[in-house]
Ligand binder design. Structure first.
Ligand SMILES: Cc1cc2nc3c(=O)[nH]c(=O)nc-3n(C[C@H](O)[C@H](O)[C@H](O)COP(=O)(O)OP(=O)(O)OC[C@H]3O[C@@H](n4cnc5c(N)ncnc54)[C@H](O)[C@@H]3O)c2cc1C
Length: 467
């Protein structure tokens, strides 16, 4: 297992403290064991570290009041959106109070004429898109899970559409944030560009709750394309699939999605989603644009695929067929776990420059073939980003050790290729040592920034930086 950092000494949570939180929130503060357990872990193999209490907030002002109470008692503060992250981000390593913002579900403003929206942090991506349905607009960032937009901003999330629309980094225009002393600040705004001072928005995007709690998010929106077409194409081998991706991106074809699933993952998807795709390395595509533009993109990509051993394209143009196809892709993680009932997932997340993608994937697949590990591969390959899921029994130390050995090799390989240890899942505490390696001298600067924002190290201690 990844070494658990010493977050900070634990402060005893007393009955008097509990009474103060109860006075503030009533039934929306609880120390019930089941609720604390639910908030102490994410969707990965990382163990459970429950907080001492969970506070369910409903407004920015309330988050500020909770933070001030925590600051008074020097209690650690762990923000919680929907708990779908994968690197131990919500684990209360030193106890303290979890602030659950999932009840902050108001869509505060939609401005179709400016293509932007402001939401409370607990609004999920699916809730937002449901709300936008009749406006002709949509928000494209789609981590497989129905995550909260505050959590997505905090992990700088992306997903299958990022190759065309960017990540949360490109799509967050502004934030409301509660700082470690309870102050409320607004960053950024609604202007499409701004040269006004330090870019605090981008500092909080990806900070994983270590610098403040995001309570409101202003996001870019996009018009729903006139035409959308999705397709699945199996390949004779994985190199052909990856070369197709590289050539597509290098040709500047504006694919909206281009996802790789290896043969192990395709087998898992077929079994889990009751489909009958060919069990072979496969690319899932989506094209957005005008009808003519989509047809042209599809033709160009089909030609590239054909030259690289892609066999037949299976097209899905009806909305219901498209959503079935992408649901199967989004369920890939659970499909992988279902290959071994009772298992947990250790998901990996390297991202490399596109020209190095084939080498990185092929060398990694060789490592897996030489090991005893079951590890399906999926990837947002248009961005050079791919995931293995080591399907493990976390109670078996030898399996954890083997997953760690393989993961260390893969991350070292990605870093040597100019890549990163995480394209989208973030650091949590699971990737702390990798960030230290990747960032070099900048890692200490991140720690200095953290101390400037949070001198008592109360905000999500033990994550992202060492203090
Ligand atoms: C099946 C599956 C598929 C996934 N696929 C993808 C993918 O394709 N791309 C991708 O990017 N991710 C993916 N993820 C990971 C996950 O969905 C994202 O990391 C998501 O952004 C987490 O959002 P959340 O609301 O669940 O946050 P949480 O898990 O609740 O929190 C994540 C981190 O942010 C902090 N945090 C939460 N809310 C706030 C807030 N309001 N203010 C400050 N800090 C906060 C937490 O303390 C924690 O450190 C996947 C996860 C699963 C289970």
């Amino acid at each position: 297992m990844t070494a658990v950092p010493a977050a900070q000494p634990r402060v005893a949570f007393t009955d008097e403290m509990k009474a103060e939180f109860k006075a503030l929130l009533g039934d929306r503060f609880t120390t019930a064991a089941a609720v604390r357990e639910h908030h102490g872990k994410d969707e990965s193999y990382h163990p459970n570290f429950p907080p001492d209490g969970v506070a369910f907030a409903t407004s920015t002002e309330e988050v500020s009041a909770i933070v001030k109470l925590c600051a008074k008692h020097k209690l650690p503060i762990v923000p919680f959106g929907t708990g779908t992250s994968l690197e131990g981000g919500v684990a209360a390593l030193a106890g303290g109070v979890c602030i659950d913002v999932s009840g902050m579900k108001d869509i505060l403003r939609v401005s179709p004429e400016d293509l932007d929206v402001t939401v409370q942090a607990g609004v999920t991506r699916k809730q937002l898109n449901e709300h936008l349905r009749d406006t002709g607009l949509f928000f494209p960032i789609d981590p497989g899970a129905d995550a909260s937009l505050g959590g997505m901003a905090s992990t700088r999330a992306s997903g299958t559409n990022a190759v065309r629309y960017g990540t949360m980094r490109e799509n967050v225009l502004g934030l409301t944030v509660v700082l470690a002393d309870g102050r409320i600040i607004k960053t950024g705004g609604r202007a499409r560009k701004s040269a006004a001072g330090y870019d605090l928005t981008r500092l909080f995007v990806g900070a994983e709750g270590t610098l403040g709690i995001i309570t409101e998010v202003t996001l870019r929106l996009y018009g729903i394309p006139e035409a959308i077409s999705s397709a699945v194409c199996p390949f004779a081998d994985i190199r052909g699939a990856v070369d197709t991706v590289i050539q597509t991106i290098q040709s500047g074809i504006p694919v909206a999605r281009i996802e790789l699933l290896d043969e192990v993952q395709m087998d898992a998807v077929n079994k889990y989603s009751k489909l009958d795709y060919k069990v072979a390395p496969t690319l899932f595509f989506e094209f957005h644009g005008t009808a003519a533009g989509v047809a042209e993109q599809a033709e160009m990509v089909s030609a590239i695929a054909g030259e690289n051993g892609g066999t037949e394209f299976t097209w899905a143009t009806r909305p219901e067929d498209r959503s079935k196809l992408w649901q199967a892709r989004h369920d890939g993680y659970y499909a992988a776990l279902a290959l071994r009932p009772g298992s947990k997932g250790w998901p990996t997340d390297v991202c490399v420059p596109i020209s190095r993608l084939a080498d990185c994937i092929l060398e990694t697949k060789k490592d897996i073939a030489d090991s005893s590990m079951l590890a399906p591969l999926v990837g947002h390959v248009g961005d050079g980003n791919f995931h293995l899921v080591y399907v493990i029994d976390p109670d078996k130390p030898e399996e954890l050790a083997e997953a760690k050995r393989l993961n260390d090799r893969m991350v070292d390989r990605a870093l040597a290729m100019g890549g990163t240890c995480t394209g989208e899942h973030g650091i949590g505490y699971g990737k702390l040592e990798f960030l230290e390696k990747e960032a070099g001298a900048a890692f200490a600067v991140m720690g200095e920034l953290k101390r400037a924002f949070d001198p008592d190290n109360l905000m999500n201690p033990g994550k992202v930086v060492r203090v």
